[in-house]
Design a protein around this ligand. Structure first.
Ligand SMILES: Nc1nc2c(c(=O)[nH]1)N[C@H]1C(S)=C(S)[C@@H](COP(=O)(O)O)O[C@H]1N2
Ligand SMILES: [Mo]
Length: 231
């Protein structure tokens, strides 16, 4: 074999390798961005009006989660509740079947300027929590998610109000990209408090705890009427 042939062969092999790499990359990107429901599928099954109020479509969210959609399996899923001294754990079915369901239309506002109005169905977070387990010194409730995301609230925000942890939206089970199995409906707070793919609810006495975006400069209160800048 002469030198020219060898070079040609190497070039062809390199081109093939590059094509394989591109195909894998394309497959990965398209899987990441794929929506659970197409527009057409949603048309016939999604609730778009509730008690006279117009609702946004499930597909009108802008997906910009820190690590993209997380694929959480129903089987084996456990929601961990961590008290100061004792812990609880619920399976997906425990959460769905054992607590009083609640429904409410609430608008999610992202700091990027878009918003969506959705009919949420789920359970009240405070119903999950056995009050005897939580001493008064636990002033902070931290939520953690499958992608490493976290956010926190003063105890009263969660325990003294009807704050929903949703498992359905517009009448459908929460899609993967919307936070299956559970998303917090953090009413009156900016979107970054609406944690998706919840795995853990932890009681803490650390008032200075800061979640993912909060530790990067967004307001820890995140109240819609106050704005999201500063601490
Ligand atoms: N686990 C997790 N939850 C999350 C996020 C995230 O990156 N990871 N992003 C938050 C932000 S910034 C917004 S606006 C809402 C809605 O985001 P979405 O449109 O990507 O669903 O989810 C919130 N919950
Ligand atoms: Mo956001």
């Amino acid at each position: 074999m002469n030198m020219k042939n060898l070079l040609n062969k190497t070039l062809i092999i390199l081109i093939i390798l590059l094509l394989i790499l591109l195909a894998v990359f394309y497959f990965y990107i398209s899987k990441r961005n794929r929506l659970t429901y197409t527009e057409k599928e949603l048309e016939s099954v999604e609730i778009r009006e509730y008690e006279g109020e117009d609702l946004s479509s499930i597909n009108s969210f802008r997906e910009n989660s820190i690590k993209g959609p997380q694929y959480v399996k129903k089987e084996g899923y456990q929601l961990e509740i961590k008290g100061l001294s004792q812990n609880l754990s619920y399976s997906y079915e425990d959460v769905i079947n054992n607590f009083q369901p609640y429904k409410k239309v609430v608008r999610l506002n992202c700091v990027e300027g878009w918003s969506v109005n959705i009919l949420w169905e789920g359970i009240l977070v405070r119903d999950l929590i056995n009050k005897e387990l939580i001493p008064e010194s636990a002033n902070t409730i931290i939520f953690k998610a499958y992608d490493g995301y976290s956010t926190s609230f003063p105890r009263e925000y969660i325990m003294d109000q009807d704050i929903i942890m949703a498992y359905r939206m517009n009448g459908l089970e929460l899609p993967v990209e919307r936070g299956f199995p559970f998303q917090l409906v953090a009413e009156s707070k900016y979107g970054y408090k609406w944690i998706k793919w919840i795995t853990e609810i932890e009681f803490s006495n650390d008032e200075n705890y800061r979640g993912y975006w909060e530790s990067r400069g967004y307001s820890n209160e995140a109240d819609l009427e106050e704005g999201f800048f500063g601490y």
